[in-house]
Design a protein around this ligand. Structure first.
Ligand SMILES: C[C@@](CO)(OP(=O)(O)O)[C@H](O)COP(=O)(O)OP(=O)(O)OC[C@H]1O[C@@H](n2ccc(N)nc2=O)[C@H](O)[C@@H]1O
Ligand SMILES: Nc1ncnc2c1ncn2[C@@H]1O[C@H](COP(=O)(O)OP(=O)(O)O)[C@@H](O)[C@H]1O
Length: 286
């Protein structure tokens, strides 16, 4: 009997996020440096004669196993593309806050695609798989790639970038934020893309990132002012090199000088704001 196939679904971070334009269909053109964190959800796919999804973990309650769960949508689309029945017992362990700018749903969908391709022993042509991923969400292609990359277009153009495994803290103020609502609330002219070359040396990278932006931050803060408190608190932590919001928020990250400083900051913030989610982790370094 085939054993269950497990796959990690790491949190996605937008180290910068420039909104450079808008397509005729309303989707925005982005220039973003995407990286992944050690913290994440987990997907398991086991053989079954039906398609089912069980959700556990600390953030399971925020997601009922509704038919539009991205994991089930990924399974159905993949089965259809492969011309086979969608049969698997899926399990999602949800440790990332939902609707929080760190791509939990996209990471889960990408991990489900990887696990199911393995379970079903199928391989799709690269262009078919890329189109399928994009259909699930603009962030799914980069999550499927699973390594740090410069993202452009609406999320379909990816160029891998090597990044150092910097320690970091992730903080979420305990409230969800809708991605479409944040894009809709964004005001002002579109921003310029970031410079072409991205430094790999940690100190140079932090200076480079400090000169870049998250063009959705003002809109997100207008919808959820607690994000400003998150950023202020992160900036005040000893060893904080840079604090920014990720994606459309509200989760923010701080790149930290050392692993100990990251651990200490997560403890301090967890103590001071009991309703917030604060974890110390690292960039995966790939
Ligand atoms: C903003 C980003 C940055 O990485 O991250 P999150 O905040 O979601 O983590 C992503 O582009 C989000 O990707 P994803 O969450 O997959 O978005 P989708 O489901 O495809 O789109 C949700 C909605 O966001 C808006 N949207 C999304 C992506 C994009 N390039 N332009 C947009 O305008 C559209 O209103 C769309 O209907
Ligand atoms: N497996 C999943 N995990 C998280 N959200 C999901 C999932 N499946 C569907 N969703 C829906 O997708 C929306 C976006 O969730 P998520 O990916 O966590 O946030 P973001 O796009 O801000 O990073 C949520 O509002 C949720 O209803």
């Amino acid at each position: 009997m085939t054993a269950a196939i497990g796959r990690p679904a790491p949190a996605k971070l937008n180290l910068f996020l420039h909104v450079t334009g808008r397509r005729a269909d309303g989707y925005h053109l982005l220039d973003s440096l995407v990286a992944f964190a050690g913290q994440g959800d987990h997907i398991e796919a086991a053989p079954s004669d039906q398609l089912s999804l069980k959700i556990d973990g600390p953030f399971a309650a925020a997601l009922s196993a509704e038919p539009d769960n991205l994991v089930l949508r990924a399974a159905r689309l993949l089965a259809e593309a492969a011309g086979r029945p969608a049969q698997a017992a899926l399990r999602l362990t949800k440790t990332l806050p939902v609707a929080s700018g760190i791509g939990g749903g996209s990471a889960d969908a990408a991990a489900a695609l990887h696990a199911l391709m393995n379970l079903w022993k199928i391989a799709l042509p690269e262009d078919v798989l890329a189109a399928l991923a994009l259909q699930l969400g603009a962030d799914v292609p980069v999550c499927l790639l699973g390594r740090s990359a410069r993202l452009s277009g609406v999320g379909e153009t990816l160029e891998p970038v090597a990044l150092p495994a910097l320690p970091l803290v992730l903080v979420n103020p305990g409230q969800p934020l809708s991605t479409p609502a944040v894009f809709k609330a964004r005001q002002g002219p579109f921003g310029a893309p970031a410079p072409e070359a991205i430094p790999t040396d940690p100190t140079a990278l932090v200076s480079f990132l400090a000169a870049q932006r998250n063009d959705l931050a003002s809109a997100a803060i207008a919808l959820l002012p607690a994000i400003s408190d998150v950023l202020d608190l992160l900036q005040r932590q000893p060893g904080c090199l840079l604090a920014r919001m990720s994606g459309s928020g509200p989760t923010c990250f701080a790149l930290m000088q050392t692993e100990d400083a990251a651990t200490e900051a997560a403890h301090t913030i967890g103590r001071e704001r009991p309703g917030w989610w604060a974890v110390a982790t690292r960039l995966t370094g790939r």
